[in-house]
Design a protein around this ligand. Structure first.
Ligand code: SF4
Length: 460
């Protein structure tokens, strides 16, 4: 997943771009909690600060005091490819003999990573990480520095050869480039502050926090260049760079990843989730005493479901917000520890109740199984589970941590078997046609983890 931000202040004396970037990253913390970083141009050279940990831990006031710049990019990391260490943290820097030249932060995964890396390594390009962002950066740097291509042509070259998902910001001294893959798989938006500051971010909640106004989504295969001369948009024909007519927006951003107060692919996320719940309710034949979400990403799905059926809705499970999101912790051992620390039922509330528990999805099933056990242990007499998305049967190769099909419970078991594993009294998912019926422009979306139709070629 990951989150990115890019800030360009037209007034060079403003010097608060790094601070704004940190604030924007703070709003995107849900997109990655492993590491974070900011690269900025201090008037002389590019500076980089990146560390393992949360934004608020890494960027304290003392550090911020020294980060004077009118231009900055930033990143929060959720590891998919590559280990969870500082080497794979972003932004990445490319330096030549005169020092750091370029910095880049990206969101997404490159499917043909190894092939492209081999190509560059055969040309004596050296890599310091296993990270897709470094590959994009070095590809651009190589074609610009060694082959003499302009930056725009080097980015076009990326679009021509890279298969996968990337929204990216590239800092070159006091200029900024923002570009998005032709499939527009991950969200990427552009906003502007009253004083003319340009903002690029993964999610609109990030530009809201810095009081910027949403202007537009960065278009598929668009390159936006901002410099002292203003902004220019280079609109390339995305169909030149992709092998299908449509984009492939990740539908899971709407279901789970993005914050409910964001607008993603022109859909208000909270409203979309309420509609998922409403759809789930349409076929309901079990009326519970209370509807309880697995917080937080299921809250609006449960609300929509309960409203439609006229059933009580309550936050029967309280989430400890100081524990990371279960799904995006990198290893199973960490996930397992997190579950029991993360949720606690309201004392006495569940006793004797017939409960419908709403979750956004089931990936491995281990978390939900423990939650159901917890709900039963607190006295619930029945636990019916409703899932606001179809069965996750296939791995994602575009930036989500589901590396093998075997890890996905729905790839291995039927609905009945999953219900038995979860120890749920009943279990129902949305179907793929039901989900698609809720999205008018559904041809522009990726549903591959549900239906196995991968819209972006898989070479590895
Ligand atoms: S496979 Fe699933 S998670 Fe991955 S991009 Fe497609 S919809 Fe999103």
């Amino acid at each position: 997943m990951c989150g990115i931000i890019g800030i360009f202040q037209r007034d060079k004396k403003s010097e608060s771009a790094s601070r704004l970037a940190v604030l924007g990253l703070f709003a995107e913390q849900h997109r990655g909690q492993e590491s974070c970083g900011i690269a900025y141009f201090d008037g002389q050279k590019i500076q980089l600060i990146k560390k393992m940990g949360l934004v608020k831990e890494v960027f304290n006031e003392k550090i911020l005091e020294d980060m004077h710049s009118h231009i900055a990019i930033g990143h929060v990391r959720y590891p998919t490819k590559g280990t969870s260490d500082i080497g794979n943290a972003q932004p990445h820097i490319f330096s030549n003999l005169s020092g750091p030249m370029f910095a880049l932060a990206s969101n997404g995964d490159i499917v043909n990573y190894q092939e492209l890396r081999d190509e560059l390594e055969s040309k004596d390009v050296f890599f310091e990480s296993d990270n897709d962002g470094e590959l994009i950066l070095k590809y651009i740097a190589y074609y610009h520095e060694k082959q003499g291509l302009s930056i725009v042509d080097s980015i076009k070259n990326v679009m021509r050869h890279f298969q996968g998902s990337y929204s990216a910001v590239l800092l070159i001294k006091d200029e900024l480039y923002a570009f998005r893959d032709p499939y527009s798989n991950r969200p990427f938006i552009f906003g502007e502050l009253d004083d003319g500051t340009y903002v690029f971010a993964s999610e609109s909640c990030s530009i809201d926090i810095i009081r910027a106004e949403f202007k537009k989504e960065v278009s598929p295969s668009e390159i936006i260049h901002v410099s002292g001369n203003g902004m220019r948009s280079i609109q390339l024909n995305p169909e030149e760079f992709r092998d299908r007519k449509h984009t492939a927006h990740c539908v899971f951003e709407l279901i789970y990843f993005s914050r409910p107060d964001s607008v993603v692919y022109n859909h208000a996320v909270y409203a979309f989730r309420e509609i998922l719940g409403k759809k789930l309710a349409e076929k309901e034949d079990i009326i519970a005493d209370v509807v309880i979400p697995v917080p937080d990403s299921s809250n609006f799905i449960a609300l929509g479901y309960a409203k439609e059926l006229g059933i009580d809705f309550n936050f029967g499970l309280i989430r400890n917000h100081y524990v990371g999101r279960t799904f995006i912790a990198p290893e199973q051992t960490i996930r397992d520890e997190n579950v029991s620390q993360k949720f606690n039922p309201l004392p006495g509330y569940l006793k004797g109740k017939k409960v419908t528990l709403i979750d956004d999805s089931i990936v491995r099933g281990t978390t939900l199984r423990k939650i159901i056990k917890m709900v039963r242990n607190h006295g619930a007499k029945e636990v019916h589970v409703r899932i606001g998305s179809p069965m996750v049967k296939y791995s994602c190769y575009y930036g989500i941590d589901t590396p093998t099909m075997e890890e996905l419970i729905a790839n291995q078991k039927t609905v009945e078997d999953i219900a038995a594993f979860l120890q749920a009294d009943s279990l129902r998912y949305l179907t793929v046609p039901e989900l698609k019926s809720l999205i008018k422009d559904n041809n522009d979306f990726c549903f591959a983890c549900f239906d196995g139709n991968y819209p972006i070629h898989l070479k590895e």
